[in-house]
Design a protein around this ligand. Structure first.
Ligand code: ZN
Length: 59
């Protein structure tokens, strides 16, 4: 299972000094409150992956 995309998103989309997403501003000159929807997506994907890994390890 590849999660490079999530890592890339989380690496770029950080909280800016003013509380807005720095990645969205750098990539699209768009102001989005942090965490933006891309961070939400990446973190939810990572959570699902780790839960699946945990359940797989138990079984
Ligand atoms: Zn963002």
């Amino acid at each position: 299972m590849k999660n490079d995309q999530e890592h890339a998103i989380l690496a770029v989309h950080g909280r800016g000094l003013d509380g807005m997403c720095a990645g969205c501003r750098a990539w699209w000159s768009r102001l989005a409150p942090y965490p933006c929807w891309q961070v939400e997506w990446a973190t939810s994907r990572q959570a699902r992956t780790s839960v699946a890994r945990f359940l797989g390890g138990v079984r």
